[in-house]
Design a protein around this ligand. Structure first.
Ligand SMILES: NC(=O)Nc1ccc2c(c1)=C(Cc1cc(-c3cccc(C(=O)NCCN4CCCCC4)c3)c[nH]1)C(=O)N=2
Length: 304
């Protein structure tokens, strides 16, 4: 097909703001199909030295194309000033406003939606991709209220330990050797969901996403993330000291699972050493009777 240009789309409202991008609801004038177009200003990306991140997000999104529960990158194009990513449009927006609208989810909703997030993480991690900025704002809901994970601007490829030892390459995008010249894991992500290893410059592993997953389950049930403070410094202190509490009435089975995910040693988190990802989390009592393999075909429970 001929390369698209901005003139092939009607640009509507802003539906998202990345750290160096703006996302618009758009309609393709030829097909009338709706898309989300993420627009990045070239001069800003160059000035902020973010070209590597933008290229990595594009490579990873194309690499993940047609992965269930992950936003799809259809194609990209550019003009003199901007880069354009044509992405899936999720009609029901971000997960966060849905949690805030009802205050918190009941156990059925939490099981279903955290179950879909877990299946998405299984796909991601089996494809050696770590998201590194998982949070309710980056979990979208499509028109049928199924999830799509978005914003791979902080994501990276990783080499499973066995490959690192035997140096068998994993084809695909960047890995540690290609990190832009800066501290190995200088903080990426969003303060409230960032794992302790990312704050203390320890190796990044898929287990960092399991930490964020634990924070999201806590937030679904209680309405707020576990680590909160007006000061980012104090929040980081709470994370590295594991200072958080469960409100009274918190579902006991969910509490047990969260306590097994919010573990400071990333290798001790439930799921971190699963040979088959994430069998130990799927078999946790909180997920009793959840049919993980058919969630995408299941009608989501009402959120109320
Ligand atoms: N950083 C990124 O990559 N960001 C992206 C990427 C792709 C993408 C993306 C963000 C999307 C975000 C998005 C935002 C919205 C949206 C924005 C504002 C309002 C609404 C909205 O009101 N939807 C109806 C559902 N509401 C939700 C809240 C409770 C009441 C009912 C949706 C729809 N989709 C999207 O659809 N596709």
């Amino acid at each position: 097909p001929t390369k698209r240009t901005p003139n092939d789309f009607i640009f509507g409202k802003v539906i998202g703001e990345g750290s160096f991008s703006t996302v618009y609801l758009t309609k393709d004038i030829h097909t009338q199909k709706e898309f989300a177009i993420k627009v990045c200003e070239k001069h800003y990306i160059i000035k902020e030295k973010k070209t590597e991140y933008v290229k990595r997000e594009k490579d990873i999104l194309f690499y993940l194309s047609n992965t269930p529960f992950i936003v799809k990158l259809y194609y990209t194009f550019q003009d003199a000033e901007r880069l354009y990513f044509v992405l899936s449009y999720a009609k029901n927006g971000e997960l966060l406003p849905h949690i805030n609208k009802v205050g918190s989810f009941d156990v059925e909703c939490t099981k279903f939606y955290s179950g879909e997030i877990l299946v998405a993480l299984e796909y991601l991690h089996n494809m050696n991709v770590i998201h590194r900025d998982l949070k309710p704002e980056n979990i979208l809901l499509d028109e049928n209220m199924h999830i799509m994970i978005t914003d791979f601007g902080s994501a990276k490829m990783y080499k499973p330990a066995v490959d690192r030892k035997t140096k068998n390459g994993v084809s695909g995008c960047n890995d540690d050797e290609d990190e832009p010249r800066r501290r190995k894991n200088s903080f990426v992500g969003t303060a409230q969901y960032v794992s302790p290893e990312l704050l203390t410059d320890k190796p990044v592993t898929p287990s960092s996403d399991l930490w964020a997953f634990g924070c999201i389950i806590y937030q679904m049930i209680s309405g707020l993330p576990p680590f909160r403070s007006r000061s980012e410094y104090i929040m980081f202190q709470k994370i590295t000291k594991l200072e958080y509490e469960f409100p009274s009435g918190f579902c006991e089975k969910a509490r047990n699972l969260v306590e097994k995910l919010l573990v400071l040693d990333s290798e001790q988190r439930i799921g971190a050493t699963d040979k088959v990802k994430y069998s130990s989390i799927r078999s946790h009592p909180f997920y009793e009777s959840l049919d993980f393999d058919n969630l995408h075909k299941t009608t989501p429970p009402p959120i109320y």
